[in-house]
Design a protein around this ligand. Structure first.
Ligand code: TXA
Ligand code: MG
Length: 347
């Protein structure tokens, strides 16, 4: 007997970079589409399509008070989304756009409040990725996009991560290969032009921003204790794999921990000598989220990170590592880091 029903595939399409037009068609018909940027993959909706934006919040499980970043492909689009462009913006944009930097400014009244989670401000970024720029340009309006991960999980830096979290839940993902930067953009508030403040560290550093602005740029103190954080995202725990993440300042401290723990572990380090050892995986900004996701898929219980000076000097990477630890360190802390400063929170 012939089947009387047709099987409908719930699969998310994987589009090649030559298929941007199809992604645009899907966006125009109300679908969320994931796309590559140089930092991490994003989940896009046209900025003037509140229903599609609502869908982003639903599929991510994102709290409705956490605003989305507006992604532009050219400077003319700014007039549609920003009330007034502060003079400092032009200097910064000239130096860092397109690039891994988001600038928070007063929003244009036309930008739907759902995009900015009710705030009167909007974060704007021009991604440095040809596919992202082509997508926005072909759509003809900015897209809002959070990182393409389910809320609370590590961001996605390759197509497989996006499918792990959203297969069947979004229209398509554009495959741009692995992301070059691997950590989310630096978020800089220019709401008070005299006092620029970094809300989230990223590849564009405080020192680089100060070099261009010629004034001090502060790093916002976090977070979970702060009732009204300057960036809503600061009060949420992010970037955490299921495995416990533990940070160590020295190889000796890490080895001492291993003697006391029978957990299935994975070791990450950036020091070349340590990396040459069997079972030590090389860590860089680009690979952090890949390691986190892989560890979870392998059933790893503890991720042990040897934080040598090159890791400690990388503010964005340390920020993500510390965020990942916040979840885990309620109980006894073996690592030198956590003993030192258990209450310290960074962005
Ligand atoms: O690199 C990135 O920024 C990636 C790619 C896809 O562009 N996007 C990203 O978006 O990381 P998301 O939503 O995962 O993180 C955006 C962060 C959140 O912490 C949010 O609270 C903050 O930026 N943010 C966005 N708009 C803001 C605003 N108007 N004021 C203060 N913080 C804002
Ligand atoms: Mg995110």
């Amino acid at each position: 007997m012939e089947n009387s029903f047709k099987l409908v595939s719930m699969k998310t399409k994987v589009l090649q970079i030559s298929e941007v037009e199809e992604a645009v068609t899907l966006l125009r018909s109300g679908n969320v589409v994931a796309f590559p940027t140089e930092t991490v993959y994003g989940l896009a909706a046209p900025i003037f399509a509140p229903k599609t934006i609502q869908r982003i919040f639903e599929v991510k499980g994102r709290p409705s008070d956490n605003p989305l970043i507006a992604h532009i492909s050219n400077f003319e689009q700014l007039a549609q989304i920003v009330q007034e462009v502060p003079p400092a913006f032009n200097r910064i944009a000239e130096a860092f756009f397109p690039g891994p930097l988001t600038i928070v400014m007063q929003k244009h009244p036309d930008v739907p409040l759902i995009a900015t989670a009710g705030l009167g401000t909007v974060g704007v970024r021009m991604p440095n990725h040809p596919v992202a720029l082509e997508l926005i340009e072909a759509l003809g309006e900015p897209v809002v996009a959070p990182s393409a991960n389910r809320s609370g999980l590590p961001s996605s830096t390759e197509v497989g991560h996006v499918l792990d979290d959203f297969d069947g839940k979004i229209g398509a993902v554009l495959d741009g290969g692995p992301c070059a930067v691997g950590l989310e953009s630096t978020v800089l508030s220019l709401l008070d032009p005299e006092h620029p403040i970094i809300l989230r560290p990223g590849a564009v550093t405080k020192e680089q921003l100060e070099g261009v602005l010629e004034i001090e740029v502060k790093l916002a103190s976090s977070s979970l204790q702060n009732a009204t954080p300057p960036s809503p995202g600061m009060k949420y725990r992010h970037y955490a794999p299921r495995a416990k993440v533990r940070l160590f300042s020295t190889w000796e401290a890490l080895l001492a921990h291993m003697e006391t723990s029978s957990c299935f572990h994975k070791i990450l380090a950036s020091d070349p000598e340590a990396c040459a050892l069997k079972d030590v995986h090389e860590l860089s900004s680009k690979d952090l989220f890949r390691h986190f996701r892989l560890a979870d898929s392998e059933g790893v219980e503890e991720i042990l990170v040897l934080c040598d000076s090159s890791i400690k000097e990388n503010a964005a990477l340390m920020n993500r590592l510390e965020k990942a630890c916040e979840i885990n360190h309620e109980e006894g802390i073996e690592s030198a880091f956590c003993k030192q400063d258990h209450t310290r929170r960074s962005l």
